[in-house]
Design a protein around this ligand. Structure first.
Ligand SMILES: Cc1cc2nc3c(=O)[nH]c(=O)nc-3n(C[C@H](O)[C@H](O)[C@H](O)COP(=O)(O)O)c2cc1C
Length: 231
């Protein structure tokens, strides 16, 4: 079974770790790699997590320093520790947007996005894998420029093998205590948490503005971006 076939179904019974996901066309995978935040509680084989992390290690990095490390949390009690703090942080963060989303005329795609993020926050303790991406500081600064390409590779690999995943960073609001909990020293802070599991829904194209509204040859034209610039 291909990763594409697996999307949205029950977890596959027998997995060929070597082959799964290898046949998903790259550009189609990119176009359908949306945030999947409704996940089944069924476990994910460690070998599959290893496979998606390996995809992460093929990201570019300054001087090819490869500053990333991955910490995978699967134990229920440890997931609950993280989920409880994430939920609290999320509610504080999302409250104003939630309020605005109730007003008439609020864009439906953004309302759906908020609802999905809320669902993730409420169900994070049920998500079988919380994958943290961390990395060595350089000259005192986290090397985020290298870590986010690595994160995106992992998200794409999850898409290819049929796992649901999304990019979150809200744990940084309790980042120091979270990193201590993960055993990460201050010189290797985490930058992202990817909740990963078998998807309840299906992959599909996320709502995105047409590229022609964003693409300029030779010179940028601010007038062409109105009215949503930065909104
Ligand atoms: C740097 C960054 C941090 C993010 N942090 C969070 C987060 O903490 N929680 C969350 O639910 N979504 C977070 N998101 C947003 C989603 O992961 C997702 O990319 C966005 O809602 C688009 O969803 P879509 O692909 O389904 O359209 C973050 C996105 C980025 C790029």
């Amino acid at each position: 079974m291909s990763g594409a076939d697996a999307a949205g179904g029950a977890p596959p019974e027998a997995l060929d770790i070597e082959r799964i996901g290898e046949d998903v066309p790259l550009l189609e995978g990119i176009r359908t790699c949306r945030a999947i935040r409704r996940l089944r509680p069924d476990p994910v084989p460690p070998a599959l997590i290893r496979k998606v992390c390996e995809a992460g290690t093929f990201a570019p990095s300054g001087g090819n320093r490869q500053p990333w490390v991955f910490v995978v949390v699967t134990e229920a009690e440890r997931r609950a520790w993280i989920a409880e703090r994430y939920r609290r942080a999320f509610h504080a963060y999302i409250a104003p947007a939630l309020e605005r989303s109730r007003e008439p005329g609020f864009p439906e795609d953004r309302r759906r996005n908020i609802r999905a993020a809320l669902h993730l926050a409420e169900h994070l303790h049920e998500v079988p894998v919380l994958l943290f991406v961390a990395g060595w500081r350089r000259r005192g600064e986290p090397q985020l420029q290298a870590l986010f390409p690595c994160v995106q590779n992992i998200l794409l690999a999850c898409r290819a093998v049929g796992l649901g995943a999304s990019l979150t960073t809200l744990h940084r609001s309790f980042g120091e205590s979270c990193d201590r909990f993960l055993g990460l020293p201050p010189e290797i802070p985490s930058c992202a948490m990817l909740p990963i599991g078998w998807p309840r829904g299906r992959y599909g194209r996320p709502p995105r503005e047409p590229v022609d509204r964003k693409l300029f040859f030779e010179r940028f034209d601010a007038a062409a971006l109105e009215p949503r610039m930065g909104g």
